[in-house]
Design a protein. Structure first.
Length: 364
């Protein structure tokens, strides 16, 4: 599909790594991630949640491994899921080694937190032996004390210095199969840290605004931070961090990518906020369509506009369009061309039918 010049994104050139079956960086698609919030030792619940994330479109899922029992549970979990599993490790190097041996596709660690160089070497050996990548996860909330003493508070320079220190630890030990994140709950700090780091290294970036908040607040903060960076060509995999159902993180991630034309999944509804000119109840119609079309995975563009002011113009840019008309004469468009008039009470049934027909057409 042709991209208009004003929508072109010049993506940052990076190395490419593999997380299980998923490539990250280089010319690979920008992947969407989430993290389980079940007890990892509750294998059935964890598998069930990962399956729900897979159904929502997750490319990669992270699982917390705070103890030996959790890393041992990984083997049973990984056997039952399709997506690559990232083991979330913080301080104990043995957990990282165990997770790699249990089949984790990636280890999320800070090498500087692991301990001595010998311990780092052991973790790297386990990663190499088990074809396991690493994510260097720098977070403003857990910076090294020496950096806090040096900079007085978390700042872009501190996050970047921490990242570069950890990068050097891996490079010095001949390990290059890694990606990096420099996250903060502060949007400004997050964006500026990634920008600075992008100028001095070419490793893939995992983007996210950490601890962003609840569903609404967190989605907005994340779309501002992640969206800015993606528009600048920075970022290779994303996680929208929400105090909500992990499935919501996947949905929000795809909405960010859809908005930028980077990846499409499901129905992208363009709709007006409604006003006194609306010829049918726009808000209720959109809500019902979102529910009835939530099972669609094939990319489809749909415009739902309540009147003729902007309706025809939006319909010209979408595969299926609906414009409100007077005396219950609403007009449906297909690929920008007027198709048929429709009464308000028939909108839901007819639009769902047209979308499903379009899906069949695309998939044949």
């Amino acid at each position: 599909m042709e991209v208009r010049p004003h929508r072109l994104i010049n993506r940052r050139k990076t190395s490419k790594i593999k997380v299980g079956s998923i490539y990250v960086g280089g010319d690979s698609k920008i992947s969407v991630q989430s993290m389980t919030n079940t007890l990892t030792t509750d294998v059935k619940k964890t598998i069930k949640q990962i399956h729900l994330l897979e159904e929502a479109g997750a490319d990669i899922v992270r699982v917390s491994c705070p103890d030996k029992e959790s890393t041992q549970a990984l083997k049973s979990i990984i056997k039952e899921v399709k997506v690559p599993i990232v083991a979330d490790i913080h301080f104990h190097y043995q957990r990282a080694i165990e997770a790699a041996k249990m089949g984790a596709s990636c280890l999320r660690i800070n090498p500087g937190n692991i301990g001595s160089n010998n311990r780092i070497l052991e973790v790297i050996k386990a990663a190499k032996d088990n074809n396991c990548s690493i994510r260097i996860g720098v977070n403003a909330g857990s910076l090294d004390k020496t950096l806090l003493e040096k900079y007085k508070e978390p700042c872009p320079e501190a996050l970047v210095e921490s990242a570069m220190h950890n990068i050097k630890l891996l490079e010095d030990n001949d390990f290059f199969n890694f990606k990096i994140s420099v996250k903060s709950s502060d949007v400004f700090l997050t964006v500026k840290s990634y920008r600075q780091l992008s100028k001095i290294c070419n490793y893939p970036f995992h983007l996210g605004v950490t601890e962003a908040g609840g569903l609404l607040t967190g989605s907005i903060k994340s779309s501002i931070g992640i969206g800015q960076l993606l528009m600048e060509g920075i970022g290779d995999t994303i996680r929208v961090s929400l105090s909500s159902d992990p499935v919501d993180e996947i949905k929000a991630g795809y909405e960010i990518l859809k908005s930028l034309g980077i990846r499409a999944r499901g129905v992208n509804i363009i709709s007006c906020p409604s006003c006194a000119r609306q010829a049918f109840p726009v808000i209720e119609t959109v809500k019902e369509l979102e529910t009835k079309l939530s099972h669609i995975k094939t990319p489809i563009t749909l415009s739902i506009i309540g009147c003729v002011v902007n309706g025809p113009g939006e319909a010209a840019q979408t595969e299926i369009g609906l414009t409100g008309g007077g005396q219950d004469n609403n007009l449906l468009y297909l690929s920008g061309i007027p198709h048929t008039k429709i009464a308000s009470k028939e909108i839901i049934k007819k639009v769902v039918q047209l979308v499903e027909e379009k899906v069949k057409e695309k998939n044949n």
